[in-house]
Design a protein around this ligand. Structure first.
Ligand SMILES: *Cc1c(COP(=O)(O)O)cnc(C)c1O
Length: 394
């Protein structure tokens, strides 16, 4: 048996070694606390669960769904975009359901890239922006996020030859893994850049509903001209505690959506219609409140983590959004060696920044998706074991 060339182009899974170490630790009886993966720990809002139950009981949802989505779904997403972002969408042509942002982003690579083409992908960034182009037979081109500019991608540094070959540009704000919110003026700059180089912009809106300190995240599509050059992938996973439901929508440029839909009809058969109806329940004012309540919970956890990091001498800017804290590793460590030491000394798992791209090297990521008591304990362990370790090193 021989796997495809295409599969062998995908780099080895960077968390695999860490996972093996965690399993070893647990086998030794260590009570490991994982702050690695970002996966909300509290339940989906009950109004959403109830809507699923009602939808599942209706035989009208039991047959193959249409890949275009039920009218209720398309209209629900459009109404949400109007209310929440002030963005007008045509439910008939500018909204299509997606089986999670991950599926959608991967398939956009298949729909828009040919061999020789490039996708401009943020470094550090969500791994599908780089793995997707490789699996599509094309290539990612890494654009470093610049901390001094609020983690904006260094568009001006992209060489002419790469601009020429690029067909897609991925953006993601609030940003995983840095926690950055969109820098002022970036979306407008990106619209210009996309026009000049004839690219499709894909804004991954996985964290717009998870924000702190009164910050309200905009939609890329609210930028003048954005709909002519771009699409937005709105995921319900993180903001509404729905990671298990595989629920997202792609919205924006009708022509791009048509291509995505045409591809998708050859790959999957759409989203279970009862799930579509449940998504509609999430995208109501009641759902807005649930997302705000979740944000308040993460904001509290963020403060807990940032406070503890400050005490052990790790300087971080408290993020205004996402479910992550992004922090520099102490001098003398690589991100992998630091994460290994943290696991060794305190039984706490954090993610090495290098796993999100070469530019993530020198950082680590803490996820806030663990209940308050366990998070408090993890933070306490970091404080006692690493606080000491730092002291000894100094
Ligand atoms: C979690 C995450 C996703 C995956 O979202 P799904 O809708 O669950 O597939 C996509 N993009 C980013 C940046 C994420 O952090």
């Amino acid at each position: 048996m021989r796997p495809s060339e295409r599969l062998s182009r995908i780099p080895p899974y960077l968390f695999a070694e860490l996972e093996r170490k965690i399993a070893d630790k647990r086998a030794q009886g260590v009570d490991v606390i994982s702050l690695g993966i970002g996966d909300p720990d509290t339940p989906t809002p009950s109004s959403v669960v109830d809507a699923l139950a009602r939808g599942a009981a209706d035989p009208g949802t039991h047959r193959y769904p249409s890949n275009r989505g039920r009218p209720e779904f398309r209209e629900g997403v459009a109404a949400f975009y109007e209310r929440r972002f002030g963005v007008e969408l045509d439910p008939a042509a500018e909204v299509v359901p997606a089986l999670g942002a991950k599926e959608c982003i991967f398939n956009l690579n298949l729909a828009f890239l040919d061999p020789g083409d490039l996708a401009l992908a943020a470094d550090p960034g969500y791994p599908v922006y780089t793995g997707g182009p490789l699996l599509a037979g094309a290539e990612p081109f890494l654009t470093p996020l610049v901390p001094e500019r609020g983690f904006a991608p260094a568009l001006e540094a992209i060489p002419a030859e790469a601009r020429e070959r690029a067909r897609l540009l991925y953006l993601n704000y609030p940003n995983n893994p840095t926690g950055a919110v969109v820098p002022d003026g970036l979306f407008a700059e990106v619209v210009e850049f996309a026009r000049a180089h004839d690219l499709l912009v894909v804004h991954d809106a996985s964290y717009t509903e998870t924000t702190f300190d009164g910050y309200v995240a905009p939609s890329f599509l609210a930028t003048p001209g954005a709909k002519e050059v771009g699409v937005e992938v709105f995921s319900l996973s993180k903001g509404y505690n729905m990671t298990g439901w595989r629920t997202a929508a792609i919205v924006g440029n009708a022509e791009a959506l048509e291509s995505y839909w045409r591809l998708k009809t050859n790959i999957d058969s759409g989203m279970f219609e009862a799930v579509q109806l449940a998504a509609v329940a999430a995208l109501t004012p009641e759902g807005d409140q649930a997302a705000r309540d979740m944000s308040a919970l993460y904001e509290r956890r963020r403060d807990l983590v940032c406070g503890a990091l400050a005490e052990i001498g790790v300087a971080v800017t408290p993020p205004k959004g996402t479910i992550y804290v992004w922090a520099p590793v102490p001098a003398g460590h690589s991100s992998a060696s630091y994460c290994e030491m943290v696991l060794e000394e305190s039984g706490v798992v954090v993610s090495p920044g290098g796993a999100y791209g070469p530019n993530g090297e020198g950082f680590f990521r803490i996820s806030l998706t663990i209940d308050d008591d366990r998070l408090r304990e993890a933070v306490e362990r970091l404080r006692s074991s690493l606080g000491d370790a730092e002291g000894q090193a100094a």
